[in-house]
Design a protein around this ligand. Structure first.
Ligand code: NDP
Length: 454
């Protein structure tokens, strides 16, 4: 493990990620951890002076004024980080205990990593890489090779902020600390697993990025496959980086599109004009900056299988979309029907019970088929509910907490990053060839009417 870093150096300090997520999350983290002290440095192409940088940081810390006392706001370097000379100068200024955060557009990150080749970085540096990490398996592999030419794998933190979501960590606790789950957490008892992230938000001005990515790459390729790995992994010996990431990586290696058939196992759609809550939205194709001919999907659903002894045959349905009727972010494990329902019980349960984790507020609901109403032999459904808290701890707060401690357990390892691209590749190819129709749904609806409910 790297020694505890104390300097956070943000490349791309004038960008959206920094101002909207990184700095406010740092403020919240420091407000919760009064003992922590951070030196903050920044770089970007904006010609800011030290006073402007101080002001940007102070604005981001407006809600946590006390926390600002725990930050030493260092210099802001106006530099093109793709320029070898500028990068060499920047690297020579790095001290021990630095986290270098690449909050840059992906192409700029690649170029900056290229410019760093051959330079000597501090021995304990930690490099934080944002998503998307590469744009296919090959480019992710090349980027990994360039990173490992610079530092050891344990010094690379590939951010997937979903892994910092408290619900996912709660899911691990519930799954691994209770004896009741492990015996049934397998194909013999599980009918299906659905991992769903429906948003009411639409494009929100992000056409430049989103129109090239779409729902599958934006959500399924990264975040939701990581959730799948946490749900499906064998219980690790520890939650240390090696054990946890070995367990996740083993699942991802065994994961592929169901039946090897991307046409039968995937669906895509994009929204037409409609109303979400009190907002009237134009069709995605008419949004500013969208190239309608690109056929980018705003809703994607892909069914995977995990081909190992534990999960063979169980469909893992991953779905995510924008401009939908309701926000639903949840993991649902549906159990198989019991082998025999005694004659005399009225009602036909469609499954053998269902466990659902929902995010924000974090909840767990175990749906059971029970008797005990007016007719003691009639089955009905009842949910056992548990509140797991508001889930307010920002996911980037968790990311920064880990990073600043030099921990990489909740980050994506090199092999996982490559595998997540490998897993979706057949679907990408089928979609590019037009083998899967691009369906439509009205903004504010639950999705295309013809799609079966998952
Ligand atoms: P922006 O375009 O808003 O910001 C990029 C930053 O990089 C700016 O500060 C820009 O500086 C700087 N920059 C660009 N080129 C150079 C260069 N050659 N040398 C030095 N600095 C440069 O992007 P985002 O902040 O939105 O995204 C950054 C990364 O974070 C991306 O990988 C994105 O996918 C990821 N991400 C973003 C999220 C978000 O909500 N924004 C959420 C999750 C991930 P300047 O403005 O001065 O040119």
């Amino acid at each position: 493990m790297a020694s505890t870093p104390t300097t956070l150096f943000i490349l791309g300090a004038s960008g959206d990620l920094t101002s909207r997520l990184l700095l406010p999350s740092l403020a919240a983290l420091l407000a919760r951890q009064p003992q922590r002290r951070i030196a903050l440095r920044g770089a970007g192409t904006e010609d800011w002076d030290a006073a402007k940088w101080q002001q940007i940081v102070a604005t981001a810390f407006a809600d946590s004024a006390d926390a600002l006392d725990r930050v030493t706001v260092g210099d802001y370097v106006a530099a093109d980080v793709t320029d070898r000379g500028a990068v060499a100068q920047l690297v020579s200024s790095l001290g021990p205990g630095t986290v270098l955060y690449f909050a840059l557009p992906p192409a700029v990150t690649h170029a900056a990593i290229d410019a760093m080749q051959g330079l000597e970085l501090p021995a304990d540096i930690l490099l934080a890489m944002e998503k998307p990490f590469g744009d296919d398996e090959q480019s992710a592999r090349e980027l990994n090779e360039k990173l490992t030419a610079l530092v050891a794998e344990q010094q690379v933190f590939r951010v997937d902020h979903f892994l910092g979501r408290s619900t996912l960590l709660n899911l691990l606790g519930v799954r691994l600390a209770n004896r009741i789950w492990e015996p049934v957490w397998a194909a013999e008892h599980v009918e299906s697993v659905c991992i769903r992230f429906d948003e009411t938000l639409a494009l929100e001005g992000r056409a430049r990025y989103y129109d090239k990515a779409g729902a599958m790459i934006d959500m399924i390729q990264s975040h939701l496959l990581q959730v799948l790995a946490l749900v499906a992994m064998d219980p690790p010996a520890t939650l240390g980086e090696r054990d946890l990431r070995d367990a996740k990586a083993a699942v991802l290696r065994a994961t592929r599109v169901r039946g090897g058939d991307p046409v039968a196992s995937s669906k895509r759609a994009r929204y037409t004009a409609g109303t979400v809550g009190d907002r009237t939205l134009p069709a995605y194709a008419d949004e500013e900056g969208v190239d309608a001919a690109r056929g980018t999907e705003t809703l994607a659903e892909v069914t995977f299988e995990v081909s190992n002894d534990r999960w063979e045959g169980v469909p893992f349905i991953l779905r995510s979309g924008k401009a939908l009727e309701a926000k639903r972010s949840e993991v649902t494990v549906t159990f198989k029907q019991v082998r025999h329902l005694p004659l005399g019980l009225a009602g036909e349960p469609v499954d053998g019970g269902r466990l659902r984790f929902s995010l924000g507020p974090d909840r767990m609901a175990l749906r059971l088929h029970v008797t005990g109403g007016d007719d003691p032999f009639a089955l009905r459904d009842e949910d056992l509910l548990a509140d797991l808290g508001e889930g307010q701890r920002r996911s980037y707060e968790e990311v920064l907490d880990e990073l600043l401690d030099g921990e990489v357990a909740l980050s994506v390892r090199a092999d996982e990053a490559e595998d997540c691209w490998r897993i979706i590749q057949p679907v990408r190819e089928a979609w590019a060839k037009g083998e899967v129709p691009l369906d439509e749904y009205a903004a504010g609806s639950a999705g295309p009417e013809a799609w079966p409910e998952v």
